[in-house]
Design a protein around this ligand. Structure first.
Ligand code: ADP
Length: 244
């Protein structure tokens, strides 16, 4: 974060570095069943982000001492490929990916009917192939589609978006330049129907009015994103009924 004064993120027509209006989302595409060996999978392209998700389980939790006798444990692992960013990212977990894995696991846990699967674990692998800001939310949004595609019983889909502040303005769905040089970044995810907040984080500073504006922009956008999730899942069921 930080705003070098020579970087202008909103032009004289009110448009952003990639030509979007303040409340415009980047293009989003979701496809299910892209991996044969996973129980469920989804691939998402969200702006410049490209992310693959594979779901395995519910299956007996191992090692056994990690089992919860009352519910399944949800283990999401967020990983950025070495080639996903401009400069090669050192492979393996770092503080950021451990944190993101934890908040995504908790958000998914709130959506899954974990009490139906005591002693089980559900693994969710989120592989970021290309990163362009908003990867935790794009990964989480795709992960809930992959879980549904795997037939894991869920209360609801998890859907999210990011908003932030650039050049003093609140805008939806930050791209990389806006994330790097903007003044605030607020990723948030909810359960689609109930609206329950399952992930919220903030980097930077917002006034309470700005915070309210950012969250209402996000909530509005989640309706459109949830529609894309449902269309992706319907596509799956149409394909299955078609006897492929
Ligand atoms: P999110 O991807 O959820 O927005 P961050 O705000 O931490 O998470 O990261 C914003 C963006 O910064 C990422 O999407 C990615 O484009 C870039 N980025 C993150 N980590 C690295 C890294 N280790 N090297 C280069 N770029 C990175």
């Amino acid at each position: 974060m930080g705003t070098p004064s020579d970087i202008k993120l909103i032009d004289e027509n009110g448009l952003r570095v990639d030509g979007r209006t303040p409340e415009q989302l980047r293009p989003i595409k979701i496809q299910t069943d892209v991996l044969n060996r996973a129980d469920g999978s989804a691939y998402i392209e969200w702006g410049g982000n490209k992310i693959m998700v594979a779901v395995y389980g519910p299956r007996e939790a191992y090692p056994r001492h990690t089992q919860d006798i009352e519910r399944a444990i949800v283990k999401a692992r967020y990983n950025m490929a070495a080639f996903s960013v401009d400069e090669r990212k050192k492979p393996g977990p770092d503080r950021r990916s451990v944190e993101i894995s934890k908040v995504i696991s908790e958000a998914l846990q709130a959506a899954i009917l974990v009490e139906q699967f005591p002693r089980a674990q559900i693994d969710v692998f989120i592989e970021v192939l290309q990163a362009d800001a908003g990867t935790r939310i794009a990964g989480l949004t795709a992960a809930s589609v992959a879980l549904a595609a795997a037939g894991v019983p869920m209360r609801d889909l998890v859907v999210g978006c990011t908003a932030g502040k650039v050049d003093g303005q609140i805008v939806l769905d930050l791209c990389r330049e806006e994330d790097n040089f903007g003044q605030a970044d607020l990723p948030m995810a909810i359960l689609a129907r109930s609206g329950k907040v399952v992930l919220i984080q903030m980097d930077g500073d917002l006034t309470t009015e700005e915070f309210d504006r950012a969250t209402s922009m996000i909530l509005n956008a989640t309706k459109r994103i949830n529609q894309i999730q449902r269309e992706a899942l319907q596509g799956k069921y149409i394909a299955e009924q078609g006897g492929e």
